[in-house]
Design a binder for this molecule. Structure first.
Ligand SMILES: NC(=O)c1ccc[n+]([C@@H]2O[C@H](COP(=O)([O-])OP(=O)(O)OC[C@H]3O[C@@H](n4cnc5c(N)ncnc54)[C@H](O)[C@@H]3O)[C@@H](O)[C@H]2O)c1
Length: 440
């Protein structure tokens, strides 16, 4: 089967490479010429573990190609995936669907065979209806007598573990309105039947909502445990034990119960906002999600203040230096979109604290977002002369720091661990003033 993947970012490139690995013929399309040039040269435009090898193998097998031309890329494709960005619309939080509708229009203009158009981008309820209307209205398909269907197939992969998630998903959700759409999607995902990945067929609108409901629920879990962490600090309890204690209950589950600096990334912040807007549009308030968004927003700055407190408060902190270890919203990605590190760094700089940072993969994306932060070539260069060391992202590279060296290089042995990767008793024994999250 030939598959076209429009948009070759974190989702499109991983999905395209995995579909090629399943044996489909895949063309990844992107309007960004530099991205396609890099891919042609064998250079990955994003950091995702294992992606370079996967792309290389499938390019060599002839099953994976790249182009900037949508007309050329979708020719003879039975399934055309839309995997372009749906960022928050500036100012109001609605999902900005410009990229999705642009693709729909272009597909409508160039469709030259029967095909299923699949929205893999995260899109609000009703977007599939609009995509269908645009393609029908554009006319090329009906003039030429080509059959098409619009299907929703949200993506649940996580950056940093994207290939494994795509190949062994907990479930595949397909929202289709007719048998043509369902049948083509069965063919697309047939290789995963062998892995016994469950496929849930729903209506298109239900499928669109499932993605937002899933992300809002996960954001709620994170925010819940973060508030429990604050309470733990006040009452003298340990949030990691609370997480274990509740997570062992199968009805709750152990995942997404790690207290930290608040959720970030390219999905949860924008998707929770977009869900609120949908709820508002349909006059059906989702007050729990409203609270989650507010609590999470204030948490990121609060974590910056936690560091200021470790420096002795606002008066004392002015003129001091902080070393941030980790900038990306989570490890194993270079994605800086809505990373809590941005708010933490900003709060520190607002308090007159100089910030130096190191991240294994995120510094290129971080530079334009944090121009006043000094980016360093390794953790120890950032730590040199620092009055406080802050672990912002739990990269493996920070899990076994050489604390003797840290003490020698830093101005003071103060460690703020926003990811709880170290043990308080061990840190105290090593002579550090150690501040973590929810572990009184
Ligand atoms: N990143 C994730 O972890 C993740 C996970 C699940 C779902 N999603 C959703 O998937 C969608 C894509 O996210 P992403 O992180 O891959 O975005 P991205 O910004 O990394 O990639 C989007 C790509 O689409 C390209 N593009 C935009 N308009 C185009 C057009 N008209 N023609 C061809 N290419 C075009 C851009 O150049 C870009 O390379 C979003 O809706 C997002 O919410 C993302």
């Amino acid at each position: 089967m030939k598959i076209a993947m429009v948009g070759s970012g974190y989702v499109g490139l991983v999905s395209g490479a995995c579909f090629a690995d399943f044996g489909h013929d895949v063309v990844c399309i992107d309007k960004d010429q530099s991205k396609i040039d890099r891919l042609h040269a064998g250079i990955m435009p994003i950091y995702e573990p294992g992606l370079d090898a996967l792309v290389d193998t499938n390019v060599k097998s002839g099953r994976l190609t790249f182009t900037t031309s949508l007309a050329e890329g979708i020719r003879d494709a039975s399934a055309i995936f839309i995997a372009v960005g749906t960022p928050s619309r500036r100012g109001d939080g609605h999902a900005d669907l410009t990229f999705v509708y642009d693709v729909a229009r272009e597909v409508g203009e160039h469709l030259a065979n029967d095909a299923v158009i699949v929205t893999k981008s995260t899109v609000p309820v009703g977007t599939g209806d609009e995509v269908e209307r645009i393609i029908a209205e554009t006319g090329a398909s009906s003039e030429r007598g080509h059959k098409f269907a619009v299907v929703s197939n949200p993506e649940f992969l996580r950056e940093g573990a994207a290939i494994g998630d795509f190949k062994r998903p907990d479930r595949i959700v397909i929202g289709a309105e007719d048998e043509f759409g369902r049948e083509v999607m069965r063919q697309v995902y047939r290789p995963l039947f062998l892995n016994e990945s469950p496929i849930l067929f729903t209506s298109r609108r239900t499928s669109e909502l499932i993605k937002y409901a899933a992300n809002a629920f996960l954001a709620t879990k994170i925010t819940f445990i973060n508030e429990m962490a604050d309470l733990c600090e006040k009452v003298g309890a340990n949030v990691q034990d609370v997480s274990r204690g509740i997570g062992m209950d199968n009805r709750i589950g152990a995942k997404f119960l790690h207290a930290g600096p608040g959720y970030g990334g390219s999905c949860f912040p924008k998707d929770t906002l977009a869900l609120l807007k949908t709820a508002e549009d349909y006059d059906s308030p989702t007050r729990i999600v409203e609270a989650v968004v507010k609590v999470n927003d204030s948490r990121k700055r609060a974590m910056g203040r936690k560091v200021v407190d470790a420096l002795g408060g606002f008066e004392e902190a002015r003129g001091k230096k902080a070393a941030l270890l980790g900038l990306t919203f989570k490890p194993n990605t270079d994605d800086m979109r809505d990373s809590p590190a941005i708010a933490v760094a900003q709060t520190l700089m607002d308090a007159g604290v100089a910030v130096a940072a190191y991240d294994p993969e995120g510094m290129e994306q971080a530079r334009p977002l944090l121009p006043e932060v000094t980016m360093c070539e390794d953790p120890y260069a950032a730590i040199a002369g620092a009055d406080v060391v802050v672990i912002v992202t739990e990269w493996d590279a920070f899990r076994a720091l050489d604390f003797r060296r840290v003490k020698e290089l830093a101005n003071a042995p103060v460690l703020v661990d926003l990811r709880n990767i170290y043990n308080p008793a061990e840190m105290a024994a090593a002579g550090f003033t150690y501040v973590s999250v929810g572990r009184a």
